[in-house]
Design a protein around this ligand. Sequence first.
Ligand code: NI
Length: 266
Amino acid sequence: MSHTIKTLFDALWADYLHQCPSAEDIHQLLGQGATIINDHVAFRTFNLPEVGLDKLAAHFIALGYEAKGEYEFKQKKLFARHFEHPTDPSAPKVFISELLLEQCSDAVQQAAKAMVAQLPAGAAEQPDFLYRGAQWQVSLETYQQLLQESEYAAWLAAFGYRANHFTINVNELPGFASLVAVNEALKAADYPLNQSGGEIKGSAEVLLEQSSTLADKVAVTFSNGSLTIPACFYEFAQRYPMADGQLYSGFVAASADKIFESTDAR
Ligand code: NI
């Protein structure tokens, strides 16, 4: 079965709710029953040929998406690209990052290769790949070892291929004039926000403001035990118009860098 934009995002959302159970309540809190428009959905991967950024992107390219901005995160050793649908304004943007393994230690490289080697041949081409999760066995020790060097790699080992976060489009959210108002409503309802780099990352000057919850914690089964760890989080984005009056549609690397820390173990 091949996907339409709607069936793919519906499947991603259904899986995401298992990893970020608070998302449903936040929808209710902010949307009050109204339809919520997503700004973007984000994915993580390793830059190995079987599962690299392009393999994930192919699922969206097949649905008419086009590659747009490129982003580098030197300290986190990540490269990212975002994708937009040229004619369907209701289609969320897609943000895909990949860990640049050649810049990582031998231990991280070996662990990543060992995980990807467990995937069935052609796994990344399967229609459900983007919400199948971790189709590999990883030990608690490997998870802990990855965590010491790269939180990103550890998250990917534990959760695999699925939406890392959905992002509410605050511009299209009725009843909230600003991201500040959204954050106040979230805090009043006791949702902890990611404070790394400040509660709001970005500004009107860079045309994009973002905030996010701290990831919900869920129990993950590893090959030799289970652990309750940060899973997925919810993000909120407010965009500002460019000189031509169109809303800015890109991302701001300095802000995204801090958003990645929404899955830090605490
Ligand atoms: Ni995001």
